[in-house]
Ligand binder design. Structure first.
Ligand code: GRF
Length: 199
């Protein structure tokens, strides 16, 4: 792991489309984020995030979760952490990764694992936070980048952006507008964390 000088080496873990990973890549390409994504990993062999990574020439690997559907077994976490470490990863970005990261990874990357969540935490942790906001009649929601701790969506908050919930919003509309904010917020949060590490 680097001591915080120069270009940030990022590892990204995701289970789905990978639009946040793409936004990070775009920020790298337009020169607004001095980083390199060195490895992308997914627990789903068919996840589009893997295809996006390969198209961009980034190493993309499937995580072996031992056949468990939702659990992230300790052995898998250790293997992922070792792999990320062997690639010199400085910061691990969870981007739509649907398994709970715990001790084996947290111990190897203390305060170096970030997550993006589609609500203004601590409101609406857990699954489909955008739907929770609409069903709750919230007037405002948004997104949060936070450090990962052993809880679910509970770690220290790094940055948030708010998004109004409109009276005719469907869960899907709101999610799309939250995602547009996420794509700005994640690169900015990575920059902020790296600047702190560099101090
Ligand atoms: C995002 O809305 C993120 O907040 C949540 O999962 C979604 C991932 O989207 N954790 P994508 O795979 O980055 O497009």
């Amino acid at each position: 792991m680097s001591t915080g000088k120069g270009t940030i080496k990022l590892g990204v873990l995701g289970s789905g489309s990978g639009s946040n990973m793409q936004a990070i890549l775009d920020a790298i390409e337009d020169g607004s984020l001095d980083a390199e994504i060195v490895l992308v990993m997914s627990d789903h062999p068919d996840a589009y995030i893997l295809e996006r990574a390969r198209k961009a020439g980034i190493t993309a690997e499937v995580i072996d979760c031992g056949g468990f559907k939702t659990k992230f077994p300790d052995e898998s976490q250790s293997a992922v952490a070792e792999k990320l470490k062997s690639q010199g990863v400085d910061i691990v970005c969870l981007a739509g990764f649907m398994r709970l990261v715990k001790q084996p990874m947290l111990d190897i990357f203390p305060e170096r694992i970030l997550n993006i969540h589609p609500s203004l935490l601590p409101a609406y942790p857990g699954l489909m936070a955008w739907r929770q906001a609409v069903e709750d009649g919230a007037r405002e929601s948004g997104c949060t980048v936070h450090f990962v701790d052993a809880g679910m969506d509970t770690g220290p908050i790094i940055l948030q952006a708010s998004v109004p919930v409109l009276s005719n919003d469907t869960a899907d509309n709101l999610h799309a507008r939250i995602q547009a904010e996420e794509h700005q917020l994640y690169p900015e949060a990575i920059r902020l964390v790296w600047n702190e590490i560099k101090k």
